[in-house]
Design a binder for this molecule. Structure first.
Ligand SMILES: [Zn+2]
Length: 357
């Protein structure tokens, strides 16, 4: 997720922008592996005045890479999303292994059917059971992607779920890499934050695929309409955000509006799904998880925009506890809530692959 937006006009005051070479003393000073104070930074790296210290600035590429393993004010920003990437990567591995029926069969079967007892569908079912909805649609959890052990889960395709996992992993690794490398140079700064924008767009688009694909399996025209609409919107967003012109500060509102439009457009298919399947508890619980996702993302965005708590005590949260780190954690939690919702919708469709309801 983006933290430091490239500030094009402000960089006019940097030595590079003025076409003057950095004098060797200054260059040496910056390339040393030394953490700097906010006021020592070039303007393109100045973003949050409430974080006073522990900045890396224009270190060598090797030193920048190795800084992932040392303490500075981006360490936890890097690792919160790298951690999220590893969680979704693990889900991807387990999901892919479950599709493998030949070759790795022995190991895969043991791994997927015995070792992996994913808690979310079980947790969702616990809620479901507790509300006395004991019908044939909900049975025993037997594996990660096949919580209904007695239904043939091969009857529904798995790729929309994998699309979501891919989007989440891409967004999180782009964010993590951006926080690691954007301090290396102004060129890197511009490149990585644009990559971060594109990653966010990709994750938003990919998040739509699983729930819409499975919920509208029996309404294929609507499915095509919703998925093509969000894909076109997403491609336009990615194209726009990768263009240097639109990464300028004056287009910040445009970018924010683009993300909001993409995210909130989910309300339309969600309402449609509720209208079509309001009697099915899996769908209702899935929409509650989607609501939780929206609340988690919004809470995270609230920290991001308000820069709380470092605003209250500048300099006290430089290394740990500042708003961007909290924002990152909420993003991962939001994506996990969406995973639960998607698994529940898959479960719903798996119970009726032939559109009985
Ligand atoms: Zn971020």
């Amino acid at each position: 997720m983006q933290k430091r937006r490239p500030v094009r006009e402000s960089s006019k005051t940097t030595p590079e922008r003025n076409g003057k070479a950095l004098d060797s003393g200054e260059k040496k000073k910056r390339s040393e592996r030394r953490l700097m104070k906010f006021e020592e930074l070039p303007r393109y790296l100045k973003d949050n005045e409430y974080i006073h210290n522990h900045y890396r600035c224009e270190w060598s590429l090797t030193e920048t890479f190795l800084s992932a393993f040392s303490w500075h004010n981006e360490t936890l920003n890097i690792w919160t999303h790298l951690g999220g990437f590893l969680i979704f990567g693990w889900m991807m591995v387990v999901s892919c292994m479950e599709t493998t029926e030949v070759g790795l069969a022995g190991f895969v079967n043991v791994f997927s059917r015995v070792t992996i007892r994913w808690p979310w569908p079980s947790m969702a079912k616990a809620v479901y059971f507790s509300s006395d909805h004991h019908d044939s649609n909900v049975t025993h959890t037997s594996s990660f992607l096949n919580p209904q052990g007695d239904v043939n889960y091969e009857t529904i395709p798995k790729w929309p779920w994998l699309v979501f996992l891919t989007g989440a992993m891409t967004c999180l690794i782009c964010s993590s890499m951006s926080h690691l490398f954007a301090c290396h140079s102004r060129r890197f700064n511009l490149f990585f934050w644009r990559l971060d924008y594109a990653g966010i767009s990709l994750m938003i688009v990919c998040s739509f695929f699983a729930p819409i694909y499975y919920a509208f399996s029996c309404h294929t025209n609507w499915r095509l309409f919703y998925l093509s609409s969000i894909s076109i919107l997403g491609l336009l967003a990615i194209f726009a955000l990768l263009s240097p012109a639109l990464s300028a500060p004056r287009f910040r509102s445009f970018r924010a509006a683009l993300f909001l439009t993409m995210g909130f457009s989910g309300v339309i298919p969600a309402s449609h799904v509720l209208y079509l399947h309001k009697d099915h508890p899996n769908v209702v619980i899935a929409l509650v998880y989607e609501l939780a996702m929206a609340v988690l993302y919004a809470t995270g965005a609230g920290f991001y925009v308000s820069r709380i708590p470092e605003r209250w005590k500048p300099g006290a949260f430089d290394i740990a506890g500042h708003s961007h780190q909290i924002f990152h954690v909420f993003v991962v939690l939001g994506a996990l809530a969406h995973s639960v919702a998607s698994l529940l919708i898959m479960d719903f469709r798996r119970a009726s692959p032939s559109c009985a309801f």
